[in-house]
Structure formats: structure tokens, C-alpha cells
Design a protein around this ligand. Structure first.
Ligand SMILES: *Cc1c(COP(=O)(O)O)cnc(C)c1O
Length: 350
């Protein structure tokens, strides 16, 4: 007998990094170790309570306008959502409707295959080479869409804008999504490609570089036609996605660019210091342009190091799949003090 169980959409969900309640050194989810700009705090504490009585602006106009101004693009090219996960999921629904598979790397953000499964989008994962670089020839055949983070996660490896332009130009038959979650930490943005090509969309987040993972703000920049289709899907699903407080906080962050750039610089300096120390301790890693380092030790097992660090109250991220990365740890960049403590802990463990 058939039961309701045969009509369920079953999925294997994405597993987010742990959010421990106790005080630990948290280097496992690529959060920024610094708070957002004080201006963000000021705007949040000055929110008019009466304004919460009403629904938020469904078009998120103040944030769209501020982002357009910040990136010197027209408002019609900007879409905002509840973190880039929301923007990316909506993009999968809107743009990936071909019978041909979509393409993305085998080692990448582990939400892509989860969304593809959830939305029943066929997909193929292309092996990175031994240096975790993308082989452009893997992305040359006609397909249902392409999604690649730049820099890639969890490797931190960045490709050039020219590299992405070749892919975008070769695929007028589909939409190419470039996930720039970590681009602010020292690689080049592909936003400029959205002027020249109508099949590319760049997705950004406030969660890493803007220190606002707790607010959930993501956005996309692309050709106005793509943005319109994306909005149509969003308004067919949930009109009121972003809340009034978050919209104002998102605008405030953009207004304090000096603070933003200074904190990015801090993270980059700490990252480069950490690279040197990790190398001294026998770790190897691809050159990271993000706020994390993807490192493997010359003799000690990643699982062992992961467990020992955890005992010492230091959380990093370990992915057991795919197998080729099972011996790597993804270490987010914290403050200087946190990274010094990490290095000391590693000296004990190794
Ligand atoms: C963190 C991350 C996201 C999600 O960011 P949110 O805006 O917090 O949803 C998307 N893509 C990549 C590659 C990420 O690392």
C-alpha cells in the first residue's frame, strides 16, 4: 500500500558549523572576529519602535539604493535577501531550470549540491586539480548553469576576472553565478562583468567581511532582466524577507567604509602572519585570499588535530567529504590573540 511517505521531498540537509554556547575560540564558521561598525549599533538602538508595527518595505528600497550607490551600479541591478544563502537558493530556483546538469567544483561550498537535490536540479561536480585550481576546460560544454565561489571555499583559492569572463562568454545558453562571499579579503570582483554580459550574476554577503552574520544580509548584482526574474520568484515565495531593523543596519554598514576597510586589513594581516606560523609547524595550504586557511599537516591526522584543538576550546572546521580533503582543516582567521593561542595549542598537540 502506498502511504504519504512516497510523496515526501526527502533531502540530506546542509550541516552548518557548530555554534557552541560556551566561550571558546571559534574559528569554524568564517565569522569576522571584529564587531560591525559602531554606526550599525547606533542605527539599531535608534530604531523607532512604532516602525515595527508595520510590515517592512517588501522592495527593501533603502538597502537596494545604498548598495547600488556603493557599487556604482543602477538600482535595477541589485537584489537583496536574507543572507546570501537565501539569494543563492532563490537563484537556483529562478535560473537553473534546464534538463542539462548545472556544473560546480567537487570541492566547494557544500550547500550547492543540497539545493540542487532539494530543487531536483541535475548537477555534475568537476574535480579541482592537485593545487585546488579549477580546470577551465571542465566548464566548456553546454550546461544548465554554472556556480563557482571566488575565492573558492573551503580552499580559499581565487581565480582571475579574465578566467570568469571566459566561462561567462562561452555560455550564452545559461546563467553563471559567481559567489563572492570572500572577495573583500583580497581578490578581484566580477561585478564589472555584469555590464558586459546578461548571463552573469554576482552574489555577496554581509556575513564575513561586514561582520554581520547575525543580521542575515546577502545580495546579488546582475543584469536588470535577471534581477527582475529573481524578484518575481522571491515575490512568489515570501514578500517580506528582510526586516526593518536589518535593512537600516545594512545601510549603516555601507556608510562607514573607513571602518570596514580597516577591519578587512586587520584580518588580512593576521592571515598572512598565521600562514607563516602554520608553515613553520609543518602545515601546507593553498594560498588563501579569504578569511580562512585550508591546511594539512605533514604527519598528523586532521581528525586528531581537530579533536585535540576542541579539547583545548578551539573550534576549527573539518570536512570528511570529499575524501581528498579529509586530511585538511579549515581555520578561520580570528584576532591576533586568538591566532597566537591557536599556534601555541598546535605546538602542544603536534
Ligand atoms: C558563508 C557562505 C555563504 C553564505 O553566507 P550567508 O550570507 O551567511 O548566507 C555563501 N557562500 C559561501 C561560499 C559561503 O562561504
Amino acid at each position: 500500500m502506498t502511504t504519504w511517505k512516497s510523496n515526501i521531498r526527502t533531502v540530506v540537509p546542509y550541516t552548518p558549523g557548530e555554534q557552541p554556547k560556551s566561550k571558546v575560540i571559534k574559528l569554524n564558521t568564517n565569522e569576522n572576529p571584529y564587531p560591525p561598525s559602531p554606526l550599525v549599533g547606533k542605527v539599531i538602538s535608534n530604531i523607532d519602535l512604532d516602525s515595527l508595527r508595520k510590515y517592512p518595505d517588501p522592495t527593501c528600497d533603502i538597502l537596494v539604493e545604498a548598495l547600488a550607490k556603493y557599487h556604482s551600479v543602477d538600482k535595477s541591478k541589485v537584489f537583496v535577501g536574507v543572507g546570501s544563502d537565501d539569494v543563492l537558493a532563490m537563484s537556483f530556483i529562478t535560473f537553473f531550470n534546464s534538463n542539462l546538469p548545472i556544473l560546480f567544483p567537487d570541492t566547494t561550498y557544500s550547500f550547492y549540491d543540497v539545493w540542487a537535490d532539494l530543487f531536483r536540479i541535475p548537477y555534475e561536480q568537476k574535480l579541482l586539480d592537485d593545487d585546488f585550481k579549477i580546470n577551465i576546460d571542465d566548464y566548456s560544454k553546454p550546461c544548465g548553469g554554472i556556480i563557482i565561489p571566488n575565492p573558492n571555499a573551503p580552499t580559499g583559492v581565487a581565480e582571475s576576472v579574465e578566467f570568469f569572463e571566459k566561462i561567462v562568454a562561452a555560455h550564452p545558453e545559461c546563467v553563471v553565478i559567481i559567489d563572492e562571499a570572500y572577495v573583500d579579503f583580497g581578490s578581484n570582483s566580477c561585478i564589472g562583468l555584469t555590464d558586459k554580459y546578461d548571463n552573469v550574476i554576482v552574489v555577496r554577503t554581509y556575513s564575513k567581511s561586514r561582520s554581520m552574520a547575525g543580521n542575515r544580509i546577502g545580495y546579488a548584482i546582475g543584469n536588470p532582466e535577471l534581477i527582475k526574474y529573481l524578484s518575481d520568484c522571491k515575490f512568489s515565495f515570501n514578500s517580506y524577507t528582510m526586516d526593518t531593523i536589518t535593512l537600516a543596519a545594512g545601510v549603516a554598514s555601507l556608510q562607514d567604509d573607513e571602518y570596514f576597510k580597516a577591519r578587512i586589513n586587520d584580518v588580512i594581516n593576521t592571515r598572512e602572519w598565521t600562514k607563516g606560523k602554520l608553515a613553520e609547524l609543518g602545515f601546507s595550504f593553498p594560498d588563501s585570499k579569504s578569511n580562512f586557511i585550508f591546511a594539512k599537516h605533514e604527519s598528523k591526522d586532521a581528525t586528531y588535530i581537530f579533536e585535540e584543538l576542541k579539547k583545548k576550546g578551539i573550534y576549527v572546521r573539518h570536512f570528511s567529504k570529499p575524501e581528498r580533503i579529509a586530511n585538511y582543516l579549515r581555520i578561520s582567521i580570528g584576532t591576533d590573540e586568538e591566532m597566537q593561542q591557536l599556534i601555541e595549542a598546535l605546538r602542544d598537540i603536534l
